[in-house]
Design a protein around this ligand. Structure first.
Ligand SMILES: NC(=O)c1ccc[n+]([C@@H]2O[C@H](COP(=O)([O-])OP(=O)(O)OC[C@H]3O[C@@H](n4cnc5c(N)ncnc54)[C@H](OP(=O)(O)O)[C@@H]3O)[C@@H](O)[C@H]2O)c1
Length: 269
């Protein structure tokens, strides 16, 4: 798991056209970059975040995207969010569980961390993605059965692997999410649903600024570069477009598209 991908241009963007994608945490940082990158390539995008004003701003920034105001850490928000996502997209091919909590801010030693902060990190980073994936699994499996493919990306972190002091609540939750992803990938592969755990690397985002306020921002990745890698990973995990038709076309969302629109540039990494 945790594949590394080059930041090359996407070589087969036709697979993104009319792809139905849901992204949690789509109003800032990596999620915002993903929503923009996917919508820019013709995907149909629904995104989730808690603050309605930022959701509206993002919809305006990326016309055609659909915002869902919901908190993934809240059990009662999950099913309404899932219904909105599948309703507006009329199904689902890709889910990106990207929204995240750091736990205590400022970061704290475990001995100084409140139990409620651990609970919140687990609710946002593990249980929320688990609930949302379960709520959407039927739609994803249906997409896989139709030959469109289905992918769940869970956004991980190097803190899932390395024992960084003061990153305990976040690191433990990301470790759980990473392992959940690996097991789910084993279990769902026979149904054609792929699960990927991807560490985007250190990015210049509000979350990073909260965690490491004195970081040298020049050393951090732009979230657009990480978004390109994730889109590339999604493309690689989907069935090759056109395989199911001798004519070299595949049907997505009722439209027929020619195979392999090669090499749309995405700008520098
Ligand atoms: N930045 C890094 O250096 C770095 C490194 C490794 C991994 N990551 C991972 O990359 C992912 C994206 O991080 P980022 O740095 O882009 O974060 P970010 O800039 O803070 O953006 C977080 C997004 O998630 C939303 N969100 C937060 N909690 C939510 C909740 N409970 N329910 C719904 N939406 C919620 C936020 O909007 P609202 O506040 O309006 O809800 C916002 O849209 C996270 O999984 C993070 O752990 C980041």
């Amino acid at each position: 798991m945790n594949p590394r991908f080059s930041s090359d241009a996407i070589t087969n963007p036709a697979v993104l056209r009319d792809l139905r994608v849901a992204v949690t945490g789509g109003t800032s940082g990596l999620g915002l970059a993903l929503a923009g990158a996917l919508a820019g390539q013709g995907a149909r995008v629904a995104f989730v975040a808690r603050h309605a004003d930022a959701v509206r701003r993002t919809e305006l920034a990326f016309p055609g995207t659909h915002g869902v105001v919901a908190d993934v850490s809240r059990k009662e928000d999950i099913h309404p969010a899932a219904v909105q996502i599948t309703g507006v997209l009329r199904g689902l091919d890709v889910l990106v569980n990207n929204a995240s909590s750091l736990g205590p801010v400022p970061l704290a030693l475990l001995a100084d961390t409140q139990c409620e902060d651990v609970e919140h990190a687990l609710a946002t980073n593990v249980v929320g993605p688990f609930r949302l994936t379960k709520a959407l699994f039927g739609a994803l499996a249906s997409s896989a059965r139709e030959g469109r493919g289905a992918v769940v990306v869970n956004v991980s972190s190097d803190a899932a692997i390395h024992a960084y002091p003061t990153w305990g609540a976040y690191g433990a939750s990301k470790a759980a999410l990473h392992h959940l992803t690996r097991i789910w990938d084993e279990e769902a592969r026979s149904e054609g649903v792929r699960f990927l755990s991807i560490d985007p690397g250190d990015m210049d985002t509000p979350l990073h600024a909260l965690a490491v306020p004195d970081a040298d921002r020049a050393t951090l990745r732009h979230p657009d570069a990480a978004a390109r890698e994730i889109v590339r990973a999604i493309v690689d995990a989907l069935p090759p477009i056109g395989d199911e038709h001798a004519t070299g076309v595949v049907e997505r969302g009722g439209a027929l598209h020619p195979r392999g629109d090669a090499n749309v540039g995405w700008g520098p990494a």
